[in-house]
Write a protein that binds this ligand. Structure first.
Ligand code: BTN
Length: 326
């Protein structure tokens, strides 16, 4: 018996006796008890044990549900999705999709997971990815015209995330160049694009999105920046992880399919309308130093327009971070 067979039975937050669980899983009560004890250590999930009543997870668990996701997919995204894999635990959904890409995985493959044990953030950072709490999703797409045609793709993904959240009635989020999703100045989500193949010709891109849905306080201690989650923003009134994921795929798949033809110019106005730092004094930190100025939106390639004392500078993405000037 694994965690992923036991947890769906406990996900409703009700009490279940050891015998009931043992019968449902075809194992002994001792095996159930051992697995319950492992849950706290492996997943950070607290199971309450009450003599005479059994086990329960207070508040229940919002597990990813393939049927609910599939039912909420619109026709075109559904036709673009080649495969949806829902994993219990993986090092990183981006790493997994990159591995599949090397083994010939098809364009339109999506991997998501209840938990990432080595979630990747930008600039070599860790992406905190506790079990059954947030969304971790990676999409594989193949582009034929090389990396140059993909300028601004990660910014457009930010717009797609904002659209998906709007469709789920999450109050308006903002974007921070190059690809953070913010609410009230705190980080709600992040985007990480990774590429495999020929930067000059046909290349495969993994579009990774992480969204904080209901971050447990214990896990959040590992986050070293201001953060928020959808549960806090909505007071818990959101449609749940499965429908949030479907909303995300409804936006991401058509974006990936159309981007080479549309280019970032198609997304630029919408990105600018979501820009958290438009007209604000900012400091950019690059590998070589710092650059201050006023953020003046982005150009048709997605390059940040920074008004400096020596004139307007176009800053392209990469290992750069932006923050408000103090
Ligand atoms: C950032 O640092 O802002 C980018 C975070 C990207 C996190 C997502 S979660 C799904 C995918 N898999 C990963 O390992 N990272 C991305």
């Amino acid at each position: 018996m694994s965690r992923s067979t036991l947890l769906p039975l406990l996900a409703n937050g009700e009490f279940h006796s050891g015998q009931e669980l043992a019968d449902a899983l075809g194992v002994s009560r001792t095996a159930v008890w051992k697995q319950v004890n492992r849950l706290a250590a492996d997943s950070g999930i607290a199971v309450e044990t009450v003599k005479g009543r059994g086990y329960r997870i207070p508040g229940g668990l919002d597990l990813l549900d393939a049927d609910r996701i599939s039912a909420a997919l619109q026709a075109r995204p559904r036709s673009l999705l080649s495969r949806l894999d829902i994993l219990d635990s993986v090092d990183s959904t981006n790493a997994e999709v990159l591995r599949r890409a090397e083994q010939g995985g098809a364009c339109g493959l999506v991997c998501t997971a209840e938990q990432q044990t080595a979630g990747r953030g930008r600039r070599g950072r860790q992406w905190v990815s506790p079990y059954a709490s947030n969304l971790y999703v990676s999409l594989l797409w193949e582009f034929s015209q090389g990396a140059a045609a993909l300028e601004g793709l990660s910014l457009a993904v930010g717009v797609a995330v904002a659209r998906a959240l709007r469709a789920c009635h999450v109050p308006a989020v903002q974007l921070k160049w190059p690809n953070d999703v913010l609410y009230g100045g705190a980080k709600l989500g992040g985007i990480l694009l990774e590429m495999s193949g020929d930067a000059a010709g046909s290349c495969r891109v993994v579009i990774g999105v992480g969204l904080n849905v209901a971050m447990p306080q214990a896990a959040a201690r590992a986050i070293d920046q201001a953060w928020t989650d959808i549960a806090s923003i909505t007071g818990g009134e959101h449609p749940g992880r499965s429908l949030l994921l479907a909303a995300l795929l409804n936006e991401l798949l058509p974006l990936a399919a159309d981007f080479e033809q549309q280019g970032f110019i198609h997304w630029r106005d919408e990105w600018q309308a979501l820009d958290a730092f438009a007209g604000a004094p900012v400091v950019l930190t690059t590998g070589t130093g710092q650059l201050g100025g006023i953020a003046r939106g982005v150009d048709e390639r997605g390059a940040l327009q920074l008004e400096t004392t020596t004139g307007m500078q176009s800053v392209y993405g990469g290992e750069i971070s932006l923050r408000a000037a103090s």
